[in-house]
Design a protein around this ligand. Structure first.
Ligand SMILES: NC(=O)c1ccc[n+]([C@@H]2O[C@H](COP(=O)([O-])OP(=O)(O)OC[C@H]3O[C@@H](n4cnc5c(N)ncnc54)[C@H](OP(=O)(O)O)[C@@H]3O)[C@@H](O)[C@H]2O)c1
Length: 263
């Protein structure tokens, strides 16, 4: 007799399940032309949210996603440019007259291994902190006036296990993600208007960013208690969970298959 091995949780497809009802809500998702941002945008659209899609350079991919989602529009722009934050919020306001949520997902790293302290330059710091910390702040700052008057306004920052454990793709990147976790708590305390501000910190996720990281993926699969790397949909699952958790603010949820327990 073959034993019943139970449901195959690792391969369950949750991508079509709404989990929260966002009917009529308007959400900006920065960096949503690929990877985690795209998966989150798709998931929120299945919950009937209207989406402002964004990317810095991948215009075709961003426009394609916005067309596919239907109730969506695309705004090209680098989030470290103050004009982009204004354009994102204006797109929501001009088209739908409201903004309910913001997913700060766009980020960059530096091409310097974490241990290479001598290789880190001022330009690396300026670029990585400029996008990941200052850019995240600028979009949040521009969005807050509309989020404060929403019935249930929220900001969700995508950070990283690199901001919590001594790991990550570069030193400026890891420091930037720790900074955004702290920004999350400060905005949660001071945003006002009952705007909830939380973060989801992924472990290793299979996206275009990590496409060539085969050895790292093997290592994570061997070490993590859940024995695999994440899919973008795993991160979207956590995002809808925390968006739906209406009495939660100022928190970072580590979504890493337990990797942080063994690092
Ligand atoms: N993949 C992982 O293992 C992992 C782990 C932990 C945390 N994260 C975090 O998850 C988020 C998404 O990563 P991902 O793996 O999904 O990456 P990805 O597939 O490379 O997607 C990154 C997205 O961000 C956009 N983007 C990059 N720089 C931008 C900027 N300055 N302004 C606006 N958009 C920008 C990209 O558009 P363009 O192509 O046009 O630049 C793209 O849409 C990031 O915050 C990352 O730090 C990822």
């Amino acid at each position: 007799m073959v034993a019943d091995s139970g449901p195959d949780l690792a391969h369950a497809d949750h991508s079509k399940e709404p989990a929260v009802d966002l009917t009529g809500h308007v959400v900006i998702v920065t960096g949503s032309s690929s990877g985690i941002g795209e998966a989150v945008a798709r998931r929120l659209a299945t919950a009937d949210a209207r989406i402002v899609v964004n990317s810095a350079r991948s215009v075709q991919a961003g426009e394609r996603l916005a067309n596919e989602l239907g109730e969506a529009c695309y705004v090209q722009g680098d989030i470290s440019d103050p004009g982009t934050s204004r354009a994102l919020v204006d797109a929501a306001q001009d088209r739908w007259g409201r903004l309910d949520g913001l997913v700060n997902n766009a980020a960059v790293t530096a091409d310097v291994p974490l241990a290479d302290i001598d290789g880190v330059t001022v330009d690396h710091w300026n670029r990585v902190l400029g996008v990941n910390v200052v850019g995240t702040f600028l979009v949040s700052q521009a969005a807050l006036p509309l989020l404060r008057v929403a019935e249930d306004g929220w900001i969700l920052n995508i950070t990283s296990i690199a901001g919590i454990r001594q790991t990550g793709s570069s030193l400026p990147y890891a420091v930037s993600k720790a900074a955004v976790d702290h920004l999350t708590t400060l905005l949660a305390k001071h945003a006002g208007g009952r705007v909830r501000v939380n973060a989801v910190a992924p472990g290793l996720v299979a996206t275009p960013w990590t496409e060539t990281w085969d050895r790292v993926k093997e290592g994570v699969t061997a070490m993590a208690p859940l024995e695999r790397v994440a899919t973008p949909d795993d991160i979207a699952d956590a995002c809808v969970g925390i968006i739906g958790a209406r009495y939660t603010t100022g928190q970072t949820l580590l979504v890493d298959g337990g990797l942080g327990l063994v690092l």
